[in-house]
Design a binder for this molecule. Structure first.
Ligand code: SF4
Length: 310
């Protein structure tokens, strides 16, 4: 069988190992070297161009159905659990906690839950909205596992590497949010990110109120592409007397986008995390679709005020 294999950035150093194993089974194997951000980002164009029989996507659970022979091989990573003891002091004021993790540590979720239960906590594990597939699993674009138990818990706990995955959940709740990072051996209260995000968002909106030309970012990544939303945004922007252009790429190269100097503001329709994580990489304000709607409302109010003063 002719197979294309694909790995997220953190697992790319395992690619040759897996290629050799598949070759030993008699397969012809090609390794995708493209950046890979999630199961939303299947290398389907490469797979079709190369006429492979199958794409194997390592490191993530299925995200959505596609019209191609795709096998998903999630990667279990055993995180060290010693840090759990240290996290107890952060949780001393909370009786009921919501617990979330990433797909790589789902197999450890029960052990983590039992640890906290043995220290007198009630632990709730919520249900994702749909992009994530397992109870307690969280994605940057699916915070259902924490949102679904939000009103029942005193605090939320994320167990896993980095802060990319839980940040969306932190912004979506007013409850205390504690991140346990087992690889760094650190525990962090993440609540302060809400205020930082609010300030950044207000700054982006204020610096965009006089925008006249809007660039709307659309990706061709199969699980992130949203041309209908881009067209709707273009229509709304033009209806308010501004110009808009739809900018398409697979992976956004912000150096290249920064060369498009005629745009005053950019709007993201791809992975929702881009308008949070990549705002410092663009010269012009980079807004989410919701932020753009807020901007249009602000501009309308401002125009009405200017009109009444004239
Ligand atoms: S957060 Fe973004 S990169 Fe991650 S699965 Fe969702 S759309 Fe893909």
């Amino acid at each position: 069988m002719r197979i294309l294999i694909q790995f997220p950035e953190g697992l790319k150093d395992r690619a040759l190992h897996h290629a050799k194993m598949l070759e030993k089974e008699g397969n012809e194997v090609i390794i995708s070297a493209s950046p890979t951000f999630g199961a939303c980002d299947l290398a389907l164009d490469e797979a079709r161009d190369l006429k492979v029989d199958k794409l194997i996507h390592f490191g993530h659970a299925e995200f959505h159905k596609v019209d191609f022979n795709v096998e998903y091989i999630p990667y279990e990573i055993d995180a060290p659990l010693g840090i759990l003891e240290d996290s107890l002091s952060y949780l001393k004021d909370f009786r009921t906690i919501g617990l979330v993790t990433t797909v790589q540590h789902l197999h450890q979720l029960q052990t983590v839950k039992e640890f906290f239960e043995s220290h007198g906590k009630e632990v709730l594990i919520g249900k994702p909205y749909g992009f994530a597939k397992h109870l307690g699993q969280i994605l940057g674009c699916d915070i259902g596992s924490s949102a679904s138990v939000d009103r029942l818990v005193d605090a939320h706990v994320y167990f896993g590497g980095g802060i990319f995955h839980p940040l969306g959940a932190v912004l979506n709740t007013k409850k205390p949010f504690i991140a346990i990072e087992p690889f760094q051996g650190s525990v962090e209260r993440m609540d302060h990110y809400r205020e930082e995000y609010r300030k950044k968002r207000n700054g982006k909106l204020l610096s965009s109120v006089d925008a006249k030309k809007v660039g709307i970012l659309v990706t061709t990544k199969n699980g992130q592409s949203n041309m209908p939303m881009a067209e709707l945004i273009k229509h709304k922007v033009e209806a308010q007397g501004m110009e808009a252009g739809i900018l398409v790429a697979n992976t956004f190269d912000f150096d290249s986008i920064n060369n498009m100097m005629e745009f005053d503001v950019l709007v993201n329709t791809a992975c929702p995390r881009i308008a949070v994580d990549d705002t410092d990489r663009t010269r012009k304000p980079l807004l989410s679709a919701n932020e753009l709607m807020e901007l249009l409302r602000m501009k309308k109010e401002l125009e009405a005020m200017r009109g009444s003063e004239a």
